[in-house]
Design a protein around this ligand. Structure first.
Ligand code: PEP
Ligand code: MN
Length: 337
């Protein structure tokens, strides 16, 4: 429920209503605006109705939040959220490019590609240390040693890092070494993990599940927000459809829809979205044009030797080309790189 107070309502009157909401066992929200105070109440709608908040003299209107997701909705917060980690910011005037290998494989592999992507304008380095692989016989990631290499790259190059956490038991280590926690597509509905990253307070990059609806993605984000963490970046990374020519179908509808319905920043992953190196640049241009706040792309200086996802990794030269090709689109969108 959104409770809009009259322009002359006082702080004390607002507090009185917030107390009433809390006493009823609901979650109160305080959202002071420029012209008037707006309050929110989250919880069982039946209890909310019994409070008869519209009867208070300082209340102008009471309107229900029509969506299942609340805190991540534009109805609750009209302005865009900007998520910051290290010197990277996602969701503001800048279009953010996050790049790096699918997996951290060695010091040399990580540092060399990190240097190249930084040189051409990436604002954060990605790299998996815990890898969710379809086959148990495939490379499963370097684990803590990989996290340490991410920290090393961060210190050498002053590039903040993004890496996937797959289990609650990995939280302590990953929080020690990494700046932004990625929730992978396969874990989008792992609610224990969503609560854990919510409680950690670290910025989270939340990937859409392989067959998750947009509403399910937003409700997953709501779990993180509800656990106390508003620093969430949504990521469209392609969904399963009948199409088999590409690894997934990159749902750019979702990007435009998410930007309308949620205040959270949205990034696109054209690497997993297509699974084809040659399609990453065109879909990156499309991501900028549709209004995404950034992209996260895989890059490897020797993709033929990559231990995971080499087929979709951009070479150093292709990454440079990507940055050149998105530039006019970024400018047309009124942003900078
Ligand atoms: C990844 O980023 O390497 C990854 C495994 O992504 P997703 O969870 O989107 O498949
Ligand atoms: Mn990958």
């Amino acid at each position: 429920m959104i409770i809009v107070l009259k322009p002359n309502a006082t702080q004390e009157q607002a507090q009185e209503i917030l107390n009433k909401i809390e006493a009823a066992g609901l979650k109160p929200l305080y959202m002071p605006g420029v012209e008037r105070i707006v309050l929110g109440a989250l919880g069982d709608e039946r209890i909310l109705q019994k409070l008869h908040l519209d009867g208070f003299p300082c209340v102008e209107t009471v309107k229900p939040i029509l969506t299942k997701y609340k805190m991540v909705s534009r109805e609750v917060q009209a302005h865009d959220t900007v998520v910051r980690f290290g010197n990277a910011s996602i969701g503001g005037d800048k279009f953010a490019v996050i790049a790096g290998p699918c997996s951290v494989e060695s010091e040399q592999q990580l540092l060399s590609v990190a240097e190249v992507v930084k040189q051409h304008g990436a604002v954060a380095l990605r790299g998996g240390a815990y890898k969710p692989r379809t086959s148990p016989y495939d490379f499963q990631g370097m684990g803590v040693e990989g996290l340490k290499l991410l920290k090393l790259a961060n210190e050498r190059l002053n590039l903040p890092t993004v890496s996937e956490v797959m289990e609650v038991g990995q939280m302590d280590d990953i929080c020690q070494y990494v700046d932004c926690l990625q929730i992978g597509a396969r874990n989008m509905q792992n609610y224990a993990l969503l609560k854990a990253v919510g409680e950690s307070g670290k910025p989270v990059l939340l990937k859409r599940g392989l067959s998750a609806t947009i509403e399910e993605l937003l409700l997953a984000a709501e779990y993180i927000y509800d656990a106390g963490n508003p620093n969430i970046v949504l990521c469209e990374r392609g969904i399963r459809t009948f199409e088999t020519a590409t690894r997934n179908t990159l749902d750019l509808n979702a990007v435009a829809y998410l930007k309308q319905r949620s205040h959270l920043p949205v990034v696109v992953d054209p690497s997993h979205g297509t699974g084809v190196r040659e399609l990453v640049i065109p879909l990156s241009r499309a991501a900028v044009a549709v209004g995404a706040d950034g992209i996260i792309v895989e890059s490897h200086l020797n993709p033929a030797e990559a231990l995971s996802d080499g087929h979709q990794a951009l070479t150093g030269g292709m990454f440079e080309q990507l940055m050149q090709e998105i530039k006019p689109f970024v400018e047309a969108a009124g942003r900078t790189l």
